[in-house]
Structures are given as C-alpha cells and as structure tokens.
Write a protein that binds this ligand. Sequence first.
Ligand code: NAD
Length: 333
Amino acid sequence: MSIKNLHLDTKNNILVTGGAGFIGSNLCKALLENGNKVIALDNLATGQMKNIKPILEHANFNFIEGDIRDLNTCHDACKDIDYVLHQAALGSVPRSINDPITSNAVNVSGFLNMLIATRDAGIKRFVYAASSSTYGDSKALPKVEDKIGKPLSPYAITKYVNELYADVFGKTYEMDTIGLRYFNVFGRHQDPNGAYAAVIPKFVLAFMNHESPIINGDGSYSRDFTYIDNVIEANVRAITATNPKAGNNVYNVAYGERTTLNELVVLVKQYLSEFDSKIGTIDVKYGSERAGDVPHSLASIDKAKNLLDYNPKFDMKTGLKEAIKWYWENLER
Ligand code: NAD
C-alpha cells in the first residue's frame, strides 16, 4: 500500500521501536516510502533482520540493535526524533502465562523507559501499540473504548498498564500520547513459526506443509481480524491528527467485522487452494481451548473515524488474499 495519499507531513524523524518485527517493519517501510527519516530500535527478541533487509541500505533508514529495558538505549534512540511509534513488546497471551516476569519487564518497564526518554527529548507525540486484550472479560460487543473488563492474562495487564502510564504522563508532564488498541493484526512479515505464532500464519504454514491446522476449541471463537495496511494507516493518522481532542486518548484499530475461526480456516484453505489444489483436500483438527483467550472480539471504530479520520480500506477477505499471496511467494518451506 502507498501512504502517499494520507497527507503525512513528510521529512519527519520517526523512531519505530520493535522495527524489525511484524508491524514495526511494515511501518518503517511505509514511512520511508513517504519521505521520512526512520530509526528502528529492536533487540531481535522476536523480530528478524530479514524483515528490514530491503530497507537496510536506504539513505534515510538507521537500525539500532538495542533493548528498551535499558534507559540509556532509549535516550540515545530518541535524539532528534519528532515522533515515536512504540511497537516493541513481547506479544502473545500464552508467552505471558509461561513467563510473566519477562513480559512485564519488556512491556511495562521497557514502556516506561520509552515514555521517559520521549519526555526528556521533548518529542511531539508518542504513539504506542495498545491491545484489544485490554477488554478482558467484558462481554459487550462491539468493544467501545471506555468500557473495558478485567484482564484475562499477564499480557493483557501489561497492555492496560501502558495505557495508565501514558494517561498519567500526558497529565503530569504535558506529553501528547496516542494508544492504538490493535485487534488481531495479520499480513506480510508476520512470523508463522514457533509456539507463540498467531493463528493466520500458523494456519497458512500448516496448509502449505500439507498438514492439518489445529483450531483451539470448537472454532466458534471470533475475532476482528485486521489487515496490516489498516494498522499502517492508523499510525499515520495518529501522527498527523490535528483535532484538539485527538491526543492523550486510546483508539480501537480494527476493521469492524468479526470472523469465527471456523470461517477463517475455510477461507485460508480456499485462497491457498488457488496456488496448490491439494490443499483443498486437507482436513482441520480441533484441540483444547487455550487459557486466557477471549471468546469474541469485535471493535467499534467510530472513535478513530471521528477523531483520527481513520478509514480502513481493507476488509478481512481482501487483506487475507493479499497476505496469502505474500506467504505463497515468500515463505521458506
Ligand atoms: P513482533 O513480535 O513481530 O514485534 C515486536 C518487536 O519488538 C520484535 O521485533 C521484537 O524483537 C521487539 N522487541 C521485543 N522485546 C524488545 C526489547 N526488550 N527491546 C527492543 N525490542 C524488543 O509483534 P507484532 O505483532 O509486530 O507486535 C507489535 C506491537 O503490537 C506489540 O506491542 C504488540 O503487543 C502489539 N499488538 C500486536 C497485535 C497483533 O495482532 N500482532 C495485537 C495487539 C497488539
């Protein structure tokens, strides 16, 4: 996608933490294409150099290998920066259940370091990756920003604490922050490998290897699956938003439609069958439900539409077709 039509005031210096990860690397590329200078900070815990290989030699790109748990690293990375897009974190609910201490150190202490470094550098706006997991056990659908439940996992706690810190820093130090509550993002560069892989790349990889994908539970759980280019748009809108009410707020970032896992797996299979007809014959397997999973998730995106002018272009099916084409052409197998 080109973000040229989003009217980003070009030639900004933008720091993308987690810039070698799935979302971060996509942000770096889109921002460079739009004429900005981009610095990526990443410790490669889950991110990979191959995600940023095509932009490594770009004259306006700089990569810092470093850890947000180190305050000096955060201070150094924030020098001469106009905007921060903070994506670095340890994702995955199961990872946080297995190792809550590391998730907390990166997602809470690391976040706090980045807020302090942003404050000290006098950066114009701190935009950060929040999460739909903050809705926790709230059963209300669609999810509206000011009605959250209790967190269901250590990961969800860390993401909620981020919002609390950002709010307090906004009030206490007159900072400008925007939290983007991403809903199940998918697309190019999302890692299909490992125990903590997200569901779409996991299904794609299984089918491409002619193996049965495993659905946790009975497949009735649903998600507002959000294509990466909608997330890029939301970040750019968050940087450029001039509405006086836009700052020091959190927003749902989604498409605003939900799909069950059973519906999803049928679509993945159908789209992949166009490349490899054998995939059409592979059956799905069902496993046990996972602890900490929210049954249903669907966003209201009215707030982002109204205050950020966010207008997502990719519905789930259009995005899924794009993602599957990318995996077919790029996945090592
Ligand atoms: P990712 O794992 O691909 O990216 C995270 C990046 O952060 C990785 O490159 C990793 O190496 C880096 N990182 C981790 N610990 C670090 C540390 N201590 N110092 C520096 N860098 C570190 O995951 P993603 O899906 O791209 O997620 C990006 C952000 O979006 C995260 O904050 C995540 O919590 C949030 N989020 C993602 C989704 C989703 O569906 N993918 C949903 C909600 C929120």
